[in-house]
Design a protein around this ligand. Structure first.
Ligand code: ADP
Ligand code: MG
Length: 267
């Protein structure tokens, strides 16, 4: 069975989608089988994985609203190496349609249970809001994975997110854990970054990942070529950072002795 992570933070622009593409592709380079679920109507994770959101026969919308099963809508990405349940603007309609459906919070969970035996990890890229889509993601997941930019307002947004997680735990998913906090667009020369970083350490202890993601222009450029940074610029700081993150991620989830070597074709 796979472990399911919801990549979530109600703040936009903190690196959720960048992480939803680059952590999975780095895990694939380390020979893990991964599914990425795009649950944001903007379809950025879809486009960034090299799949055109305007050309989808079936998408997360069809799966959530019961028009097809999960397997039918999953596509293989060409270069990124993971499988993708893609999304586009149709998902906006699902937000509303779900409200009148039976077991509306559990629809993604049910859909993913059909395919989860095929993967080591499943990542769900959440929209930057708390709506029925995010509730479905947090119900389907065992853990949240939270990218955070170390800036002044970061902690304020985090309080809201922790409140949401507590509510989900109470109502639909008592098992839900915080699977990790990731510092993104990290700049150690900035005093504020260090202050926020210290506070995160104090608050979250070992849930805070040691690996950090620096600001790196290659990470911002890669999506326009429809590839993860690993396939765009192998030696960039962004590539190195996401590979280091994947190594730490595997050791945390599979134990210190797990194999984190990189497959030959990615070296
Ligand atoms: P979210 O999904 O949380 O809204 P994104 O991953 O889409 O955030 O990131 C927001 C913007 O910042 C995007 O244009 C992305 O390319 C850019 N970005 C994300 N992470 C980095 C980084 N580490 N360095 C430089 N640019 C980044
Ligand atoms: Mg996003």
């Amino acid at each position: 069975m796979s472990q399911i992570f919801a990549i979530t933070n109600q703040k936009g622009g903190v690196g959720k989608t960048t992480t939803a593409i680059n952590l999975p592709s780095s895990l694939v380079a380390m020979k893990r089988k991964v599914l990425v679920v795009d649950l944001d109507p903007q379809g950025n994770a879809t486009m960034g994985s090299g799949v055109d959101k305007n050309d989808l026969m079936l998408s997360a919308y069809d799966v959530l609203t019961g028009k097809c099963n999960c397997q039918e809508a999953i596509v293989k990405t060409e270069q990124a190496g993971f499988d993708l349940l893609p999304a586009n603007g149709d998902l906006t309609a699902a937000e509303v349609e779900l409200l009148n459906m039976p077991s509306k919070e559990h629809r993604l969970q049910k859909a993913l249970s059909e395919v989860s035996s095929q993967y080591d990890y499943i990542f769900i890229d959440c929209p930057p809001s708390l709506n029925m889509l995010t509730v479905n993601a947090l119900t389907a997941a065992q853990s949240t994975f939270i990218p955070m930019q170390c800036e002044y307002y970061a902690l304020e947004g985090l309080a809201a997110l922790l409140e949401t997680i507590a509510q989900i735990q109470q109502v639909v998913n008592p098992q839900l854990q915080i699977g990790g906090i990731l510092r993104t667009m990290y700049d150690p020369r900035n005093t504020l970054t260090n202050d926020v970083s210290d506070q995160l350490k104090a608050h979250f202890g070992d849930k805070l990942y040691a690996a950090v993601i620096p600001r790196n222009v290659r990470l911002a450029e890669a999506p326009s070529y429809g590839v993860p940074v690993l396939h765009y610029d192998k030696t960039s700081r962004g590539t190195v950072a996401y590979l280091a993150l994947a190594g730490e991620f595997i050791r945390r989830n599979e134990g210190d002795k797990a194999d984190v070597s990189i497959a030959k074709e990615h070296q």
